[in-house]
Design a protein. Structure first.
Length: 173
């Protein structure tokens, strides 16, 4: 198996793992938080989708999709996230109308995972070592793909904590 395929499968598996823990979230509670847990489920999915699309742009040379994000805005709408509202360092808002409808939040996250996985699969092996700036660091495209897996996992843990704090039923019994 090619290394790019292995990393792409990791991204897809991180999506499947995280989505297990979305059970019980709805339009009514997608922006609920708990003490010490400021990142609600809608913000988390938007944040992850935004970061993955930014990574995909480095991998596939594409752009940030306008049907998914409103650039320069903190507020989203029923079908799009506001970039400034889900970017690193943003503060999740409690107003549910600032985020897409819940099923759309999940679909946007799914689409971002699919885009990264596809871009990794199409990436020529010789580009894996290509270094790019990322935040305050630089990393190889290989490292970027791996980082997406761990970034999804980190926020999956936050969703698990949020579920517990909100009194949701256990997913893994």
């Amino acid at each position: 198996m090619k290394e790019q395929e292995t990393i792409a499968l990791g991204v897809e598996n991180s999506r499947e793992l995280l989505e297990r823990f979305l059970a019980g979230f709805t339009d009514e509670n997608k922006t609920r938080t708990a003490p010490g847990l400021p990142n609600h489920a809608a913000w988390t999915l938007g944040h992850l989708a935004f970061v993955m699309h930014r990574a995909a742009m480095r991998l596939d040379g594409g752009v940030l999709p306008g049907d998914v994000f409103i650039e320069g805005s903190t507020r989203g709408d029923a079908s799009r996230f506001g970039v400034e509202g889900v970017a690193v360092g943003s503060t999740p808002m409690s107003d549910g109308a600032s985020y897409p409808e819940w099923t759309r939040c999940v679909a946007i996250f799914d689409g971002a995972c699919a885009r990264v996985a596809e871009a990794l699969r199409k990436l020529p092996a010789e580009r894996l070592e290509e270094r790019i700036p990322w935040g305050k660091n630089d990393m190889s495209l290989r490292e970027l793909g791996l980082r997406m897996i761990f970034h999804n996992g980190t926020h999956c843990g936050e969703i698990v904590d949020l579920r517990r704090a909100l009194g949701f039923e256990r997913v893994i019994k």
